[in-house]
Design a binder for this molecule. Sequence first.
Ligand code: AMP
Length: 125
Amino acid sequence: MPVSGLDPYDDQNIFAKILRGAIPNRTVYEDEFVLAFHDIAPQAEVHVLVIPKGAYVSLVDFAAKASEVEIAGFWRAVGRIAGDLGLEQSGYRILANHGTDAGQEVPHFHVHLFGGGPLGRMIQT
Ligand code: AMP
């Protein structure tokens, strides 16, 4: 069921379980601020999810509550991962879903990083 924009953080969400080590993941990168891992149902040749280690439902929640250090650490990691995956020259796309209209499934803020080939139109309805 898509996440409503106003839902509180649910610590039983699948990414919270991944962060606790209760569910395995294919880790691409980890530091004190983020965990990045391959999406279980990839929609591009490269499809990596980058999640903050803190408990944030959405970008609005993250922007309001995370410290400057966490925010800087998160976005620095997203850029670093795109570079480390060799996508800087060929190109990539980042995307974050929030709420019902965007079809967000997992209520822990995350950025999708897509690449590895042509990505088509930005939005398909
Ligand atoms: P969103 O719709 O933006 O909330 O995206 C959630 C993403 O999480 C989807 O692309 C799912 O394929 C992915 N996903 C769900 N469960 C797992 C899992 N256990 N490991 C990796 N990716 C997952």
